[in-house]
Design a protein around this ligand. Structure first.
Ligand code: NAI
Length: 322
């Protein structure tokens, strides 16, 4: 079968985790004509820790709804000639508890939950309980061990699993890193590559299963060096963004704008992942948690998704924000 027809095989997809990335990936898949099941945690499944941290059941419900409204926002911002507005109807929201059996009817399941190995392992164990051979399963991890995510899963499931790492925002960013684990069937790697390239219009780079793969290993390091330089030279957030944004022809991806978009909680998980898995002292030091990020995280100012990060998100009358 040719690569284009391999890509055409995916009609029904599922995305687990409807946060910053999951909602964006679901929208992108729906735009490409797939029907998408978008699942998150059921509102009743909050942990004691989450409740103590101030998250209520309503918050969780609102988060699910907000993710879907974010998808609707994407629909209205797309050029009409390229995107049909009916695409939103191809996305069915739900939760992993009630809708788990529906995963058995999909061709491709993408896990995009929080960047924690234990949570991803738990989600994938649940996926395996209803999974049927032939369905591809991939993780959007930023750089956790792909092999570790499926430790304890059956051989057949492992053969169907790899990472497909989309970048933020998924509809604009061309790159997808496809990362097979040692047990991944080469045919699955080829099929995932074909779907990303031929159906989703992405440029695929094959990466090895090393901490943070390729782009994030370099990109995160660059951000950490920039933050350290800011402190050393006494620069402000605005000054760093002026220098690393418009001055470099990147108006929307200046350092701190980018950090707010990514989410400081996610970035800290990514930094920890390299530091904890590295046996190189220099690298461990380079990937220490910057105190500035840690301070904001403690305040709950973790970026756009919280309404406040380095910048505050201000709603404009027309529904836009800054
Ligand atoms: P997020 O924090 O915005 O969303 C995570 C979602 O997962 C939340 O809606 C949460 O309720 C849900 N979730 C948590 N536990 C769950 C469970 N047990 N079952 C179902 N849903 C659950 O995080 P974000 O940024 O969307 O990241 C998701 C993944 O994508 C992570 O692995 C992250 O490293 C990766 N990623 C993030 C990028 C970014 O720029 N934020 C870029 C590329 C990859």
């Amino acid at each position: 079968m040719g690569a284009a027809s391999q890509g055409a095989q995916v009609r029904r997809a599922a995305v687990i985790g409807s946060g910053v990335m999951g909602a964006g990936i679901a929208a992108h898949l729906a735009n490409a004509g797939m029907s998408v099941l978008l699942l998150d945690i059921p509102p009743s499944a909050l942990t004691d820790g989450e409740i103590k941290a101030g998250r209520t059941l309503e918050d969780a419900a609102v988060r699910n709804r907000l993710s879907i409204s974010a998808v609707q926002k994407l629909a209205s911002s797309q050029p009409p000639a390229l995107y049909d507005t009916a695409f939103i109807q191809r996305i069915t929201p739900g939760n992993l508890e009630d809708d788990l059996p529906k995963l058995a009817q999909t061709d491709w399941i993408i896990e995009a939950v929080v960047e924690r190995l234990d949570v991803k392992q738990d989600v994938l164990a649940r996926v395996e309980s209803v999974w049927r051979p032939g369905t591809m399963v991939s993780s959007n991890t930023s750089g956790l061990s792909v092999a570790a995510m499926v430790e304890g899963r059956g051989e057949a499931f492992k053969r169907h699993f790899a990472a497909t790492h989309f970048f933020n925002p998924p509809r604009h960013m061309k790159l997808v890193e496809v990362v097979p684990a040692p047990d991944t069937d080469p045919d699955i790697t080829a099929r995932l590559t074909a779907v990303c390239e031929w159906r989703l219009g992405k440029g695929v780079v094959r990466a090895k299963d090393t901490p943070n793969f390729i782009a994030n290993r370099i990109g995160t390091y660059g951000m950490l060096v920039t933050i350290a330089a800011m402190r050393r030279f006494g620069l402000t957030v605005d000054e760093v963004d002026a220098l690393t944004g418009p001055a470099m022809g990147r108006p929307k991806t200046a350092t701190f704008r980018m950090l707010d978009l990514v989410g400081l909680d996610t970035l800290l998980h990514v930094i920890d992942n390299v530091r904890e898995r590295s046996d190189n002292k220099e690298e461990q030091e380079a990937f220490a948690r910057p105190p500035d990020l840690e301070a904001l995280r403690k305040l709950g100012w973790i970026g756009e998704k919280a309404g406040q990060g380095f910048y505050r998100k201000i709603k404009r009358a027309g529904g836009g924000s800054d």
